[in-house]
Design a protein around this ligand. Structure first.
Ligand SMILES: NC(=O)c1ccc[n+]([C@@H]2O[C@H](COP(=O)([O-])OP(=O)(O)OC[C@H]3O[C@@H](n4cnc5c(N)ncnc54)[C@H](O)[C@@H]3O)[C@@H](O)[C@H]2O)c1
Length: 286
């Protein structure tokens, strides 16, 4: 971040100049944030080169940087002047990064309309193998879902929060592991979605039928979903602390975004630290 700003200052870039980001979600988020604060805003073009960045982070104008205190606690809303997505970039992407992008596609498919999940459930193996035209269609569909939500609530007053489905858990998972390569963002999102549906089932918000449809989707497609591969009971305090630091919380309680049924999210449910601690403890025993 400092490097980008120093470079811009040293070369006396003007507001009318354009910063072009070519890279994954991290490059895009950091460059977008730098563009938003440099001389109170310079032009910004994003060329996302990972699946995750093409289906999610390059759209919607959220920019930011991570700190040791938590994920995305410093950032801005700043729309790019242009986004250029080219699937040719994805040819060099490792399988692990494809799964990370798929995580955000899966999230999008669960939050708005059940037919989005039906499409993904039917075509997941072809999408994960990057087969044409499935990969292109799924990227476009995912972008459309995000675009629709962002256009209705750009500054995340309410509706846009549904895009954070699974992310309160996910951000705590990433921060607890210090954003290390042990757990990439997209993998954390998959664990976070698993935790959110487990919690939704536990409080009887989500039906067993919908729960098992999603669970089967994870199993059939070998998507990471076991917390025990990454955490043990000694991490519990840290996990809850980071969930408490989440920016969605407005009180001492932990705010969760949960699933009522496939395609229908329940926002603004708050739970005590104890409830979340006990839930995670149980997950870590299974
Ligand atoms: N702003 C938003 O709305 C939003 C939404 C979702 C996620 N995010 C953020 O996005 C970040 C994750 O993005 P990401 O998954 O793209 O991670 P990333 O930017 O770390 O990229 C993943 C890896 O892929 C490499 N890479 C990039 N393009 C490549 C290509 N074409 N071929 C081969 N390798 C390539 C990168 O060097 C990196 O090692 C997280 O920090 C997350 O918080 C932001």
């Amino acid at each position: 971040m400092n490097k980008i700003l120093n470079l811009l200052l040293k070369n006396n870039f003007q507001r009318n100049d354009c910063l072009i980001s070519i890279g994954g979600g991290i490059t895009g988020d950091v460059s977008g944030f730098a563009s938003s604060i440099y001389k109170r805003g310079m032009k910004f073009v994003n060329v996302p080169t990972t699946l995750l960045a093409q289906v999610d982070s390059s759209i919607g104008g959220k920019t930011g940087v991570n700190t040791a205190h938590g994920k995305n606690l410093i950032g801005s809303f700043y729309q790019p002047n242009l986004v250029v997505s080219d699937t040719n970039f994805l040819k060099t992407l490792p399988k692990r990064e494809i799964i990370c992008g798929y995580a955000e596609m899966l999230k999008h498919s669960l939050i708005l309309k059940s037919k989005n999940f039906t499409f993904l459930d039917k075509n997941a193996s072809k999408i994960l193998k990057m087969k044409s035209p499935f990969i292109e269609k799924s990227i476009i569909e995912s972008c459309k879902i995000k675009k629709k939500i962002v256009e209705l609530d750009e500054n995340e007053r309410n509706l846009r929060k549904i895009l954070n489905f699974g992310h309160t858990f996910a951000h705590a998972y990433e921060t607890t592991l210090n954003y290390s390569k042990k757990l990439n963002h997209g993998e954390a999102v998959l664990l976070g979605i698993t935790s959110a549906i487990n919690f939704s089932l536990k409080i009887k918000l989500l039906s067993k039928k919908d729960y098992f449809m999603i669970k089967n989707h994870f199993t059939k497609n070998n998507l990471p979903n076991n917390l025990n591969n990454y955490f043990s009971k000694k991490d519990l305090q840290k996990l809850v602390l980071f969930m408490k630091n989440d920016k969605k919380n407005t009180s001492n309680l932990i705010n969760l975004i949960l699933l009522k049924k496939i395609g229908n999210i329940k926002l603004n449910l708050n739970f005590t630290n104890r409830k979340i601690y006990d839930f995670l403890k149980l997950q870590l025993m299974n």
